[in-house]
Design a protein around this ligand. Structure first.
Ligand SMILES: [Ca+2]
Ligand SMILES: [Ca+2]
Length: 343
């Protein structure tokens, strides 16, 4: 009898040991996925080079390959790169021919996006919208700036915006990460129109109304994409649950003085099925939302209400409701953003 009980426990422990792990946030570990096959050769140019291989499947389910890149004109076709190793994923599908540009090695919480840029990974939440798994990082934003985006063609509320570069004085503040190793920290010191321009350029939008558009501060999970994600569809007051937990997010309860790499506080995500995998909705940096309100004819004076609190000290409880206050043209060392999209 004793022996039987011991064996049952051993069996139960074994099952938990096999299946109890939470999904890793980094792509490391596990068996590498097979390299993707070469994409279709680019159409442009004489003898276009082979497209890039698709990335390996990630996180067990195995994603399709990334879009390949068009060959450079006039050159003999070079072979596509091998797919990135995924964690126990199946081999990536062949990449299709894509636009010029190459993602290179995107990270586990990144996708290869438009313009050949590594962008924050899209997580699809109910009812049906995509939201970035992380705040937009310094390296992601800098890679976009390196494409020398034009300031022409911005929305009417942003025609005053003559530069997308983060404000240099703001970036020099002691609270902003310095030197190498800051690439995975959230981009700060950018105004609301810079956020709009970045998200638009990579085929997304600054989070706003579910399905797109402006949502004037709504603590309503049926209206605001950001609030829906943070509350797991209206279930929780905090992204990680219904009660506050110090040390879970980089927020006022944790008493930090600067940003941390996005997604590095692994508990700072929803534990509710269907809403997991979106990090730092609470804390790290406030996030611009498409919730700006015109108060005069001058759009630089529009009042926006960034979401989710930040590192540092503050009086308010860092929860999904509540918001900051910033003019559309302002920027700060604790305000960043993430993008949403239509899946
Ligand atoms: Ca700007
Ligand atoms: Ca945040």
């Amino acid at each position: 009898m004793k022996k039987l009980v011991f064996l049952a426990c051993l069996a139960a422990w074994t099952v938990l040991g096999c299946d109890g792990d939470v999904e890793p946030i980094s792509g490391g570990g596990g068996t590498g996925g097979a390299a993707g096959s070469s994409g279709t050769a680019g159409a442009a140019g004489i003898g276009g080079g082979a497209g890039q291989a698709g990335g390996g499947g990630a996180g067990g389910s195995g994603q399709g390959g990334q879009a390949g890149t068009a060959g450079s004109s006039g050159q003999g076709g070079s072979s596509g790169q091998g797919g990135q190793a995924g964690s126990a994923g199946s081999g990536g599908q062949a990449g299709s021919a894509g636009a010029a540009g190459a993602c290179g090695q995107c990270q586990a919480l990144e996708d290869c996006g438009k313009l050949g840029l590594c962008v924050a990974k899209t997580v699809v939440l109910p009812p049906a919208f995509g939201i970035d798994a992380t705040e937009v990082t310094r390296s992601q934003y800098e890679a976009w700036l390196a494409t020398t985006p034009s300031t022409a063609g911005q929305p009417a509320a942003c025609t005053w915006n003559n530069a997308f570069a983060p404000d240099a004085t703001c970036m020099a503040k002691a609270s902003v990460c310095k030197g190498s190793g800051c690439g995975n920290h959230p981009q700060v010191c950018i105004d609301e129109c810079d956020a709009v321009a970045y998200c638009t350029a990579v085929g997304k939008r600054v989070c706003g109304a579910i399905g797109g558009g402006v949502v004037i501060l709504q603590d309503d999970p049926t209206k605001s994409e950001w609030y829906n994600a943070c509350t797991s569809g209206g279930v929780n007051d905090f992204v990680y649950g219904d009660g506050s937990k110090a040390g879970t997010c980089n927020d006022y309860l944790t008493f930090t003085t600067t940003t941390v790499p996005v997604g590095s506080m692994t508990g700072c995500q929803s534990a509710t099925a269907g809403y997991t995998g979106v990090y730092d909705l609470i804390g790290n940096v406030w996030e611009w939302e498409e919730n700006c309100n015109a108060v005069s004819a001058d759009p630089t004076e529009d009042i926006c209400q960034p979401r989710g609190f930040s590192y540092g000290m503050g009086a308010a409880m860092p929860m999904c409701s509540g918001a900051n206050y910033a003019k559309r043209a302002e920027y700060d060392d604790n305000i960043g953003f993430r993008c949403c999209s239509s899946p």
